[in-house]
Design a binder for this molecule. Structure first.
Ligand SMILES: N[C@@H](CCC(=O)N[C@@H](CS)C(=O)NCC(=O)O)C(=O)O
Length: 285
């Protein structure tokens, strides 16, 4: 057990810049910090995002829809640099009062429809295009159960394990232990499920896979937090099998590149306004 020296005061106060990785953007209040209109492109769908796992869910869905022939899913993907505070600009806060990427504006409707929260965006797009979400009640309930499982579970992986393992300014054994245990439990939940079915909700690839893969798939593939060995991800053989199958899909390879600003430059496409944008920065991975 480590760090037993801190006794919380009677009233919490904000110490700006506490040294953590996101100290410059974290604050205890909501709302805009500055006036900043959002750019608007020519397509019906305007996405304001970043290539983090929550952002990748939506760019994969849009690329999957386009690959499946839904031309109405053409989109402009604009970059929201959360490390520079773009999420607190007035235009962004108008479409997501929670100031987090991803956020979507559907300008094919009048007035335009705003959608925030990645799960809500996946559901909105699935219903709009009638794709990647079955209509039969039992199958639909299974997809939605796993979709909402992801929304409730991933904060323990990202905000819990990832934060304390990779980003916190000091290593706190209690916190890392607690969240590593929960992350491994969640991986076991998925592994047992994927021992029964090809995809998370059954035989078909759905928005449940699109929500879960960017977190748990990328984790077992070694692309999150450099934690593959620590968590012994090779033990989750079914999750690995599923993660590899999804990673090989062409729309997934494209979606992963959109709004990406880190890692191999050849895999980055910070903004996407046309399918041909992918050709200008050829992927090698
Ligand atoms: N539950 C939200 C989580 C979104 C989220 O946490 N986004 C992060 C990046 S992955 C963000 O925008 N952080 C900026 C901030 O916290 O200021 C969703 O699924 O859309």
């Amino acid at each position: 057990m480590s760090d037993s020296s801190y006794t919380p005061p009677r009233v919490w106060t904000w110490k700006a810049g506490n040294g953590g990785r996101f100290a410059n953007i974290n604050r205890p209040v909501a709302g805009p910090t500055h006036e900043q209109a959002l750019p608007v492109g020519r397509h019906p769908l305007q996405l304001y995002s970043l290539g983090t796992p929550n952002g990748v869910k939506v760019t994969v869905m849009l690329e999957e829809l386009l690959a499946a022939g839904h031309a109405g899913a053409e989109y402009d993907a604009w970059l929201i640099r959360i490390n520079e505070g773009d999420q607190f600009g007035s235009g962004f806060v108008d479409i997501n009062p929670n100031s987090k990427i991803p956020a979507l504006l559907d300008r094919s409707a009048q007035p335009p429809i705003r959608v925030f929260e990645s799960g809500a965006i996946l559901l909105y797009l699935a219903e709009k295009f009638g794709a990647f979400l079955p209509t039969e009640p039992a199958a639909r309930a299974e997809v939605l159960s796993w979709l909402f499982w992801q929304m409730g579970s991933a904060p323990f992986l990202g905000g819990g394990f990832g934060h304390f393992y990779a980003y916190a300014p000091m290593k706190i054994e209690y916190a890392i232990d607690r969240y590593a245990m929960e992350t491994k439990r969640q991986l076991d939940v998925l592994d047992r499920r994927l021992a029964q079915t090809r995809f998370v909700a059954g035989d078909d690839y759905t928005i449940a896979d699109m929500a879960i893969w960017p977190w748990y798939g990328q984790l077992v593939l070694g692309d999150l937090y450099g934690a593959a060995e620590f968590l012994q991800v090779q033990d989750y053989t079914q999750v690995l099998r599923w993660a590899r199958e999804i990673a090989a899909r062409e729309p997934v390879r494209r979606g992963r590149r959109v709004n990406r600003t880190f890692g191999d430059p050849a895999l980055q496409l910070p903004e996407r306004h046309d399918a041909s944008d992918f050709d200008q920065a050829p992927a090698q991975g």
